[in-house]
Ligand binder design. Sequence first.
Ligand SMILES: C[S@@+](CC[C@H](N)C(=O)[O-])C[C@H]1O[C@@H](n2cnc3c(N)ncnc32)[C@H](O)[C@@H]1O
Length: 242
Amino acid sequence: MKINFLTLFPEMFQGIMKSSIWKQARDKGAAEYAVTNFRTYSDNKHNKVDDYPYGGGAGMVLCAQPLVDAVEDVTDGDARVVMLCPQGAPFSQKKAEELAKEDSLVLVCGHYEGYDERVRSVVTDEISIGDYVLTGGELPAMIVADSVIRLLPGVLGNESSAQEESFTDGLLEHPHYTRPANFRGMDVPEVLLSGNHAYIEEWRRKESLRRTWERRPDLLEGRALGKDEQEWLREFEEEGSE
Ligand SMILES: C[S@@+](CC[C@H](N)C(=O)[O-])C[C@H]1O[C@@H](n2cnc3c(N)ncnc32)[C@H](O)[C@@H]1O
């Protein structure tokens, strides 16, 4: 299996690749590793990979361009492209077993406030390692890779075998967008370009609820819903049944 890590911090992977099961897997020819700094794909003259969020707010957002170009360059068409993200599906042994059957895996490590929403256009899977927020996707990528590597045939040998962030207020965070306003035909929602902070705030609360309803309905169990939230939930349910 070839595992390619896309990261802004390649040095974080140096130790682990030379250690323990990771080293054994490589020595046995079961796993091959590549670590790619996606900053090298930036088409910005200063190699910038992040920008301010449309609609305002704290933190920086990873731009779509360098990441999408990097994914497209390192994949051979068949690779599973895994985005490490607190909003992804909870990681499990079952998922590790599924990934271990692949020949090629790309693990995308985010940073800052996360990704421009349009990075998702080149991603096949989104994985969260738990309901907490880490600084970057490097440790989660190592966790995912580690659980997969040890399942590869022959590797184990004789061994028997803050305020708006996700979960803070019980919901997943709303989608993010940064420049450009149109990326490969995908537009930033109009409201984020309006400059109207009240509308933007309302859109974010609603999309935060929608995302939670869509992805983690368990988080809504027992939640004391506000009047507007009840209304939005009815709206989502109606849209879903159309
Ligand atoms: C500070 S986090 C961004 C969190 C995002 N603003 C949110 O609230 O959903 C930066 C990066 O760390 C990684 N990360 C943080 N927590 C993670 C988790 N629980 N599972 C997987 N990746 C995580 C992701 O790659 C993410 O893009």
